[in-house]
Design a protein around this ligand. Structure first.
Ligand SMILES: Nc1ncnc2c1ncn2[C@@H]1O[C@H](COP(=O)(O)OP(=O)(O)OP(=O)(O)O)[C@@H](O)[C@H]1O
Ligand SMILES: [Mg+2]
Length: 318
């Protein structure tokens, strides 16, 4: 059976006035999987999500969601998606429960089903204790959870999460990841945008990196890391003399040294054989290693090598 595609974007272009923001973007999201759209501030993540959720018109290309054309069948698209994140809105003056019920009614649920769905979601998102308080009294993490809960009121098969954890503390971030994992295990198709490489690494089946309006890389976290390549072996010595002797002995294998740390770095292909070889050589030269570590490339390394920039995050709590 052919793979089922939930979201398909081909040659998507969008300009604001003279500023071209998306310069031809392509991607597909398999049904029931998660794609992470990774990119720095201003890369065009929110623009893409707003186009996919029919909130913004695009200039060129083709975009389909759940088989519906975003331009020609916007009503159908709206009925199968949930949107949460930078552009979503909850009413500050209403309570959490009231927000959920209001959204349920907007989605044409009966009063009774809106009520019961609201209770279900408040429970699921750990918001029962705060359910009868106005949203303006919520913490950042509670607000994000409510925001996500609101987008799930009509149990859409596809959801867009626009930077769901930006600005959250590590504990709230992990709690949000758990909620997202639960959604994934229920078979929901998810498009997530993030500036956090670790988030994409943790959650997504597929990652695309956008920068300057273009897709600059795509693959699984593993594939992207493999592009940057090798593991690094770091050896730390007890004295500057030993470091110097080791550099002399290992010679061309040394990729870099750090005099302050009294350490040297070697790029390795195979952890077992390469590390053993290096240690053997040092032992024969009677040089003792104080400590050592093997570092795997991180998605941050990938980002740096692809864009020449580190993935700097600007916290943007409202
Ligand atoms: N309504 C608008 N009018 C003009 N320019 C806009 C408008 N909305 C966005 N832009 C510009 O388009 C570019 C992409 O913005 P977008 O919000 O899609 O980026 P993003 O990847 O979501 O960034 P962030 O991580 O900061 O949320 C930015 O340069 C932004 O200034
Ligand atoms: Mg954005």
């Amino acid at each position: 059976m052919a793979e089922q595609i939930a979201i398909k974007v081909s040659n998507l272009k969008k300009s604001y006035g003279k500023t071209s923001v998306l310069k031809g973007i392509d991607f597909k999201v398999r049904k029931g999987s998660m794609l992470a759209l990774l990119g720095p501030n201003g890369a065009g993540k929110t623009t893409t999500v707003r186009i996919l959720s029919t909130l913004l018109k695009y200039d060129e290309g083709e975009v389909s969601v759940h088989g519906y054309d975003v331009k020609k069948q916007s009503e159908q698209v709206k009925s199968v998606i949930g949107l949460t994140g930078q552009s979503a809105a909850v009413d500050e003056l209403l309570t959490g429960r009231e927000n959920l019920i209001m959204m349920g009614r907007l989605y044409r649920l009966t009063k009774a089903s809106a009520d019961s769905r609201a209770s279900e979601l408040l429970e699921e998102f750990d918001l029962i204790d705060a359910a009868e308080r106005p949203v303006k009294t919520y913490s950042g993490g509670m607000r994000r959870r409510l925001d996500l809960a609101v987008s799930l009121i009509a149990t859409p098969p596809i959801i867009f999460l626009d930077e769901p954890t930006t600005g959250l503390d590590p504990r709230s971030r992990i709690a949000m990841w758990e909620i997202i994992r639960k959604l994934m295990s229920d078979g929901t198709t998810i498009l997530l945008t993030t500036q956090y490489l670790e988030e994409a690494d943790q959650l997504a089946d597929q990652i695309i990196v956008i920068d300057g309006g273009k897709v600059i890389a795509e693959g699984t976290a593993k594939e992207l890391k493999a592009k940057v390549g090798k593991d690094r072996l770091e050896l730390i010595f007890r004295s500057a003399n030993e470091l110097r002797a080791a550099v002399k002995l290992l010679n061309k294998e040394v990729a870099g040294t750090d005099d302050k740390e009294q350490s040297l770095t070697i790029m390795i292909n195979d952890t077992n054989t390469d590390v053993r070889n290096v240690l053997d050589k040092l032992a024969k030269g009677s040089i003792n290693v104080e400590s050592m570590a093997v570092h795997k490339p991180t998605l941050d390394d990938v980002f740096l090598s692809l864009t020449g920039k580190t993935a700097k995050v600007e916290e943007e709590e409202k």
